[in-house]
Design a protein around this ligand. Structure first.
Ligand SMILES: [Zn+2]
Length: 502
């Protein structure tokens, strides 16, 4: 019973960052947030005068203005169009112009091509496909083309550094192999595809004048329900091309808000799921070290989630949303396209509505015992989806214009430890930490590096000695751009100096 109770408490582990200011465009007042930057790294102990307490980074007015362009009417229109294709099962019809996944992807390609035109060619629209063989056990009764409809925006400063938004456009019924009957898939997952189209529409004229510093890919992927096929195809293609994917933002089921019987808090909250150590394709010795040094909550995926939470907190008057970080890779028995990126060794997080409505997911549309089932558009709140889209657009555009996350961040574990010889330097016997990181080549976007979680400007040097014991705090490092935008933080790996054990 004891272990069951502790599992239960974990389920409800969520972290909130309080918003600055109050809600401007709704009557909802946050009743939570008292945890502040609720993680052990920002506790009141150990006492420290190093740096300043973390406050959310602000967003420039130009970016905030983009967020207000997310249009619930357009989102409704996209979802309705996708629902009208009847089924978007990955192995459904590809010959009809009005029904099946073939018609759906052809419409997406032509629609996105049209939306991208104001970019003056700086948005590259494509539909790469591969032939997926039949997998009857996972819902593929026949072989079928799996096609992703995607937009690539080349970064102007570091084109290899790439951030990827994904939302799957395929849909399913209770019987995952049924590739014929209606599977409307409005919430799961036309809602995320509608956000993708809105981001392409809003960013097209922006990138024509000011392309982002790093590259962005916005993709509607297929084959999620049968085995994450499309996202795996995309992630592996990027990995094989040695693309430096620094993050995958995967929206899946982002449509239920006020149309479901949820309290106001849920209407203004988006969950982000981030994986811990076990999902990283890191060498075994590094995983062992992360576990040993307590950094399992500081994986690149979780720092990506924290990044979204912090940027949103600084712009919450515009997004009208809170971000709840769930320290799990996904919900129980569930999965999504971010896993394809994790398996490729890239950070990835999943955005999902706060309280799912299981009567309207994966269900065959029907009325049974007086209860209506089915993932129909009636159960999507377009204003909620637009608010989620604001968080996505804010995060994607901000991160692609921030400097890169610093690399090779380490600390010397021999400092603040027992003397090992008569010649152990005196300052190795202090309760301090000495941190190191890579500065070569210096990111042209960089203004200075900042220690996290307490904010400390450490200039453009590659090392710092701080009067905090390495044993008592979690240390991160992030890069601050000349435009004020900050990268996600990275954790410090322990290294042993030449004095250790000598
Ligand atoms: Zn889904």
């Amino acid at each position: 019973m004891k272990s069951l109770r502790s599992c239960t408490s974990l389920v409800f582990t969520a972290f909130f960052i309080p918003r600055q200011g109050s809600y401007a465009s709704s009557d909802y007042s946050p009743t939570f947030g008292s945890n502040g930057f609720a993680n052990w790294g920002a506790g009141t102990w150990p006492p420290s005068s190093v740096g300043a307490p973390l406050v959310p980074q602000p967003t420039d007015p130009e970016t905030l203005a983009l967020l207000t362009q997310l249009d619930p009417v357009r989102i409704q229109s996209t979802i309705q169009t996708l629902v009208n294709f009847g089924t978007r099962h990955t192995a459904s019809d590809t010959t009809s112009r009005t029904r099946g996944i073939g018609a759906a992807r052809n419409w997406l390609l032509s629609e996105i091509t049209e939306l991208a035109k104001p970019s003056n060619g700086l948005m590259n629209v494509s539909m790469p496909c591969y032939l997926q063989e039949a997998q009857p056990s996972s819902g593929m009764p026949i072989a079928a083309d799996v096609c992703n409809v995607q937009v690539e925006i080349k970064g102007a400063v570091d084109s290899n550094r790439t951030y990827v938004y994904t939302g799957h456009y395929d849909s399913r019924r209770l019987n995952n192999s049924n590739n014929v009957d209606d599977a409307p898939g409005a919430d799961d997952n036309a809602s995320a595809v509608a956000i993708a189209l809105e981001m392409v529409r809003i960013l097209a004229p922006v990138v024509a004048k000011n392309p982002p510093a790093a590259s962005i890919i916005i993709a509607a992927v297929a084959g999620e329900e049968q085995g994450l096929y499309g996202s795996n195809f995309l992630a592996q293609t990027l990995k094989n091309a040695s693309v430096n994917v620094q993050g995958n933002f995967n929206d899946d089921i982002v449509g239920s808000g006020s149309n479901a019987p949820f309290d106001p808090q849920n209407q203004h909250t988006i969950r982000i799921f981030g994986a811990g150590t076990d999902y990283l394709t890191l060498p075994a010795e590094i995983i062992t070290e992360i576990i040993t040094t307590g950094y399992q909550d500081d994986t690149p995926s979780r720092h990506l989630g924290r990044y979204v939470q912090e940027v949103n907190a600084g712009a919450a008057n515009t997004t009208d949303m809170d971000v709840a970080l769930i320290y799990k890779p996904d919900r129980f028995h569930r999965g999504g396209d971010h896993e394809s990126f994790l398996k490729a060794g890239f950070p990835g997080i999943r955005f999902t509505e706060p309280q799912e409505d299981f009567y309207h997911q994966h269900q065959d549309p029907r009325t049974q015992d007086g209860v209506i089932y089915g993932d129909e558009i009636d159960y999507v709140d377009f204003n909620y989806t637009a608010r989620v889209g604001r968080v996505n657009l804010l995060s994607l555009w901000s991160i692609a214009n921030a400097p890169a996350t610093p690399s090779n961040f380490t600390y010397d574990v021999s400092i603040g430890f027992l003397a090992s010889s008569l010649t152990t330097p005196a300052d190795y016997l202090e309760n301090i930490i000495k941190l190191y990181w890579n500065t070569e080549p210096l990111d042209p976007l960089l203004d200075y590096y900042e220690i996290w979680t307490h904010m400390l400007n450490v200039g453009t040097q590659n090392t710092i000695r701080l009067p905090i014991s390495k044993d008592n705090a979690v240390f991160g490092l992030r890069a601050v751009g000349k435009n004020g935008k900050k990268s996600p933080a990275t954790y410090a790996l322990a290294v042993e100096s030449e004095y250790f054990g000598s």
